[in-house]
Design a protein around this ligand. Sequence first.
Ligand code: AMP
Ligand code: MG
Length: 393
Amino acid sequence: MISVAEALERLFALVAPLEPETVPLRVAAGRVLAEDATALRDQPPFPASAMDGYAVRGDAVAPGARFTVIGEAPAGRRFAGRVGSGEAVRIFTGAPMPEGTDRVVIQEDVTREGDMATVTGTPGPGPHVRPAGADFRAGDRVAAPRRLSAADLALLAAMNLPEVRVTRRPSVAILSTGDELVMPGEAPGDDQIVASNVFALAALLEAEGAEARILPIARDTESSLRAGLQLAQGADLILTVGGASVGDHDLVAPVAAALGMDTAFYKVAMRPGKPLMAGRLGASAMIGLPGNPVSAIVCGTVFVAPVIRKMLGLGAAPAPRLTAPLARDIAANGPREHYMRARLGPEGLEPFASQDSALLSLMAEADALLIRPPSDGPRAPGETVEYLPLPRP
Ligand code: AMP
Ligand code: MG
């Protein structure tokens, strides 16, 4: 059995960042920028008014100063002439500053009578002007790799970039295995259950930016598994679920081996999730996840999500860990790294009393996986522990 860290290293070795593609900005949210994006213009492109008011020469501004208003500059239409001393242009937010002006007196500080504008308030230091290029300059870059946020999209739009180069989405085929499984909505036989964890895995992968495809369930026969793996061909990553231990009906390893899988490892010292298998199968990376619903979701979080991030060009890094105090005491851990389902409350992390890896109802209540290092001693309330947050939409 290898450690979680070692397993992750070997998984990273199975995949490489995928190639970039060009997508319209409109659908680029959450995608990973694959190449630096370069601004095509300065923003603002001209010195612009930051307020509604009067554009003047700054040295003439004082309480009681009077200006003749010689024109107007709304946003999108600059004042064509030059502004001399004793003159002002009525200006609005976003409009280019007229030639000869360097300050805006806000309209609240001005009384207007006909063509005359008189400073009646006590103007602050101003100047209420956004200098050209204050936000960014032509040639400035948004550096790759970077997962694009809502604000990033606005920034790229302002740079006048209608399209961006992003990493292609990894395609993932998910194959459930087991004679006991039916799909939700079907009528399960007396001895059957509903395939569940594949829906969690698909959601988790899609949240990371992958494209997930749930294949028809493979039965616990060699031919059915072969057919399932055949259907998975062409995916960047194949995930099998179940059938990965060493029971008589656990056929994933032998069938994958017969199809030529080059096995990278077979078992990991973790709880839940010990039977985890990985390798390359044809052009795809393959990860064999345990069938236990909670194990599959934990392995998806600990292993598959970081693998997807590497494929997206975000580097090879484990799922980011946070720390919190323990809300209650916990007993010593065994020899395997334990991912305990927990809730994060005002007192800190509270692991559930039951850690049965078959209980999806508890998994759905959890918002954190408390991480116990192998052979960690007992821990008291208030001690700091590490955890993986379980994101909620
Ligand atoms: P296995 O790894 O095939 O021995 O499965 C371990 C446990 O997980 C068994 O109780 C299976 O019935 C269950 N299981 C396997 N695959 C799934 C699935 N896709 N959804 C829900 N439970 C599953
Ligand atoms: Mg099975």
